[in-house]
Design a protein around this ligand. Structure first.
Ligand code: SF4
Ligand code: SF4
Length: 185
C-alpha cells in the first residue's frame, strides 16, 4: 500500500513523470491512449452480452480478488485524464470497489478486470464476439507488455506489491536490460 497519504503519492508520481524526457512522456501517453481505446472496445462486447445487468445480479463476486489488479499503466491513465483517482480503501476485497461497483472508469480499469468474462458472460457470446474479444485482448496485452518491458514497476497488475518490493520512489525505474529505441515502438 502507498506509504502515508494517497494524494502525496500521486503528487510524487506526477513529479516523477514531469522529469521524464518529453519523448518518453509522449511514448507513455500513446501507449495509455491505445490501452483506453482497446478497453472501451472490449467493454462494448461486455455490454452487448448484458454484462452490466448480469454482474449487478452477481454482486461483483470476482472483485473480491481484485486487490492486486492495478498496474502502472492504469495509474498513469487516471493521471493523464486529469481525473481524480479514487482513494483506495484497503479494507475491501478490492481497494477500488464502491457500494455501487467499480470506481474506476473503463479506460483505466485493470487488465484482468476488463478481459475477464466468466462463464455466465462467455455463454452468451457468439463465435464472432469471442474472436473479436481475443483480437482486442491480444492488442491490449501488447500495449501493457510494452510498458512492462521498459519499467520495473509495470506489468499486468501488482503495482502495490512491486512498489513494496522496489521502493515507492522507484515508480519509473527502467529495467536495466532495456535498450530504449523509441522509433521501433
Ligand atoms: S464477471 Fe462474472 S463473476 Fe464477475 S461480477 Fe460479473 S457475473 Fe459475477
Ligand atoms: S478494479 Fe474494479 S473491476 Fe477490478 S476488481 Fe476492483 S472493483 Fe472489480
Amino acid at each position: 500500500m502507498p506509504p502515508g497519504n494517497w494524494q502525496t503519492f500521486l503528487e510524487h508520481v506526477r513529479t516523477e513523470f514531469d522529469r521524464l524526457p518529453v519523448i518518453e512522456q509522449r511514448w507513455l501517453e500513446d501507449r495509455v491512449q491505445k490501452i483506453a481505446r482497446f478497453q472501451v472496445a472490449i467493454d462494448q462486447l461486455f455490454q452487448a452480452v448484458q454484462g452490466g445487468k448480469i454482474c449487478k445480479v452477481c454482486g461483483g463476486a470476482c472483485c473480491d480478488s481484485g486487490r492486486h489488479h492495478l498496474s502502472l499503466a492504469n495509474l498513469l491513465g487516471l493521471l493523464f485524464a486529469n481525473a481524480s483517482p479514487p482513494t483506495p480503501d484497503f479494507s475491501r476485497g478490492c481497494p477500488f470497489v464502491g457500494d455501487d461497483g467499480c470506481l474506476l472508469a473503463i479506460p483505466h480499469r485493470p487488465y484482468n478486470c476488463i478481459t475477464f468474462f466468466c462463464d455466465s458472460l462467455d455463454n452468451r457470446m457468439t463465435a464472432e464476439q469471442r474472436t473479436l474479444l481475443a483480437n482486442h485482448d491480444r492488442a491490449l496485452r501488447a500495449e501493457y507488455t510494452a510498458i512492462a518491458q521498459r519499467y520495473e514497476a509495470a506489468g499486468l497488475g501488482r503495482l502495490w506489491l512491486t512498489l513494496n518490493r522496489l521502493g515507492w520512489r522507484s515508480i519509473f525505474r527502467r529495467r536495466p536490460d532495456h535498450v530504449v529505441d523509441f522509433k521501433n515502438h
